[in-house]
Design a protein around this ligand. Structure first.
Ligand code: AMP
Ligand code: MG
Length: 326
């Protein structure tokens, strides 16, 4: 299959992407978090193509993307209390990186929910994603647009790195803003529970709804995707180490990803090193891109400096822990 390259700045690109999606094809598109691999979320055959292209385990459900809260309503079969809670959160965080989990209605194919009786839905804030959803009029099922197990893509080039030739098109809308996926929040019960930490922090949600729980990453985690290994640069083992170990390994034959101040305290290095800011948002925006760059180096080992053990780093710690072998 030849993958069409569509530029979001081309006025015909949205219509073409939508035409492909309406025909049951899969198309990668930018969201404010990472690139998504979209298909018509009401068409089981189209949704099946997402799993096939990504090599995604079929126990890992997909998030449905919608253009408005109203478009989400027929996809849920929820009580008045649950819907009221959803509306409160959507008013606070949509469009944005918060996926809300409620019981699924019968219009949602079981391929989307991976057989669960709930479905996660969000309205993305990226203008290209919004234009696409408005044009399509159906919800888009969209996981991250990468081969399963690899880092999530924050540029059209990253998408092409792992999926070129396997999907109908890539809609290029530049580099994504946040770089860390949405927070998945189960609101079937009160207090709600964070199934996957993401770009919206537990603290931000608490400010709207009060108490919030954090589900732990165990083998029977309620969010199936958090059981799988993910975010791995190809051909490299990734080890998480502290700043002292980074200093001790500075002259080793390995790639390094660390904080800027850690790198600044050292001499220049002949082996690949990328340093990132201590600001969580800036770090998150650059993390996956750094992994894609470092995997090009041909090094077999990547040392990554551990991030702080504080709540604001929850989402990034989660991603690094799943990418690491230790
Ligand atoms: P991705 O789209 O690759 O970012 O992965 C989507 C994440 O959302 C995975 O961790 C899924 O397990 C999680 N997810 C999607 N739908 C549900 C659901 N109904 N219940 C729990 N987790 C979900
Ligand atoms: Mg993913």
């Amino acid at each position: 299959m030849t993958t069409e390259q569509l530029s979001a700045s081309d006025p015909t690109a949205i219509a073409r992407a939508c035409e492909l999606l309406r025909a049951g094809e899969v198309v990668a598109f930018p969201t404010e978090t990472v690139y998504g691999l979209g298909a018509n979320g009401l068409d089981p055959i189209a949704v099946g193509k997402i799993f096939e292209a990504k090599g995604r385990p079929n126990d890992n459900p997909l998030i449905l993307h919608v253009s408005s809260f109203e478009q989400a309503l027929p996809l849920w079969q929820a009580s008045q209390d649950q819907l009221q809670h959803a509306r409160q959160l959507a008013e606070a965080f949509w469009p944005g990186p918060l996926s809300l989990v409620l019981p699924a209605s019968s219009v949602v194919p079981k391929e989307v929910t991976a057989g669960l009786n709930s479905v996660a839905i969000r309205a993305p804030a990226n203008p290209v994603a919004q234009a696409l959803l408005m044009e399509c009029e159906f919800p888009l099922a969209a996981p991250s647009a990468n081969l399963s197990g690899r880092p999530s893509p924050t540029s059209a080039d990253h998408v092409a790195t792992t999926l070129s030739g396997c999907i109908a098109a890539i809609l290029d809308g530049g580099i994504t803003d946040l770089g860390i996926e949405s927070t998945v929040l189960d609101i079937r019960e009160f207090p709600p529970s964070v199934l996957r930490p993401g770009s919206i922090s537990k603290k931000q949600i608490e400010a709207v709804t009060g108490d919030v729980r954090l589900a732990t990453n165990t083998s029977n985690a309620p969010s199936p995707g958090t059981r799988h290994r993910h975010y791995q640069p190809q051909g490299m083992r990734l080890r998480l180490v502290d700043a002292e170990a980074i200093a001790a390994k500075w002259d080793e034959a390995a790639a390094i990803l660390c904080f800027e101040d850690t790198a600044q305290a050292q001499s220049t290095r002949s082996k690949p090193v990328i340093s990132l800011p201590r600001d969580v948002t800036a770090f998150g925006a650059e993390l996956y891109s750094a992994l894609y760059t470092l995997e090009q180096s041909g090094e077999k080992l990547l040392y990554v400096e551990k991030v702080p053990d504080t709540p604001e780093w929850d989402a990034i710690r989660d991603r690094l822990a799943r990418a690491a072998e230790n």
